[in-house]
Design a protein around this ligand. Structure first.
Ligand SMILES: *Cc1c(COP(=O)(O)O)cnc(C)c1O
Length: 221
């Protein structure tokens, strides 16, 4: 199947379930992205700031760009004017920097807090204690130019579906708990970004509202 057919098939499956699709376009050419765009896809995810900025410059302006990869504080300035959502916020320091640049551009930038759920220690993200510390910090409520929309997590890269399921289940419980304790009166805390090509079906079963699919749409990298 070509890119357009894949987009159509997956969009149909996901829209029935009420799950939002981020088409992960890292390493893909502008032509490949345009093929997905012409099939109706408007939301794309990139993991490297430089590549994201170049593609944003070149591609149609009604694309919604999501940053899904690790973000260094000193690179926030390159994306603050246009980014739609940052999935990879993993420290108060980074959140403060995003807030600062959001203010400069008179924008409120949607963010997800990335939670470490995988057993590999190479993956970025906050653990439960760090998450609570961030949300309870004195500085957090003062940040007026960021909006925490929810949580994001990456499961262990394994064929063992039980492990993946447990990690997603744990993230969903954390999401529900955090929503009840810290975001009870904020209906915009509604996004749980979990699931990639290999595990998105399990993620949706466990309560994902947003999946990040690259190879399923564009083929293997
Ligand atoms: C690359 C990437 C994806 C997409 O991976 P696929 O296996 O191609 O679907 C999703 N999320 C993040 C954070 C990624 O870096």
């Amino acid at each position: 199947m070509g890119i357009a057919d894949q987009i159509n098939a997956i969009q149909e499956e996901l829209s029935r379930l009420g799950v939002k699709l981020i088409a992960v376009s890292k390493t893909r050419s502008v032509e490949e992205i345009l093929e997905a765009y012409h099939a109706g896809q408007r939301v794309f995810g990139e993991n490297i700031v430089q590549e994201l900025v170049a593609k944003h410059d070149e591609l149609p302006k009604d694309i919604e760009w999501h940053l899904i990869g690790h973000l260094q504080s000193n690179k926030v300035k390159y994306i603050a004017s246009f980014i739609n959502m940052i999935h990879s916020v993993d420290s108060l320091k980074l959140l403060k920097e995003i807030d600062k640049h959001g203010k400069k551009h008179e924008r409120i930038i949607d963010c997800l807090l990335q939670i470490h759920i995988a057993s590999e220690d190479t993956k970025f993200g906050l653990d439960h204690i760090e998450l609570i510390e961030l949300l309870r910090s004195e500085e957090f409520p003062r940040l007026q130019h960021v909006r925490i929309r929810g949580l994001m997590g990456i499961a262990t890269n394994t064929d063992n579906q039980r492990v993946v399921k447990e990690e997603f289940c744990e993230l969903k419980s954390l999401f529900d708990g955090i929503k009840a304790s810290f975001f009870k009166d904020t209906p915009y805390f509604d996004t749980l970004s979990m699931g990639m090509s290999a595990d998105y079906k399990i993620a949706i079963e466990q309560g994902s509202t947003m999946v990040r699919l690259g190879s399923t749409i564009f083929g293997n990298r």
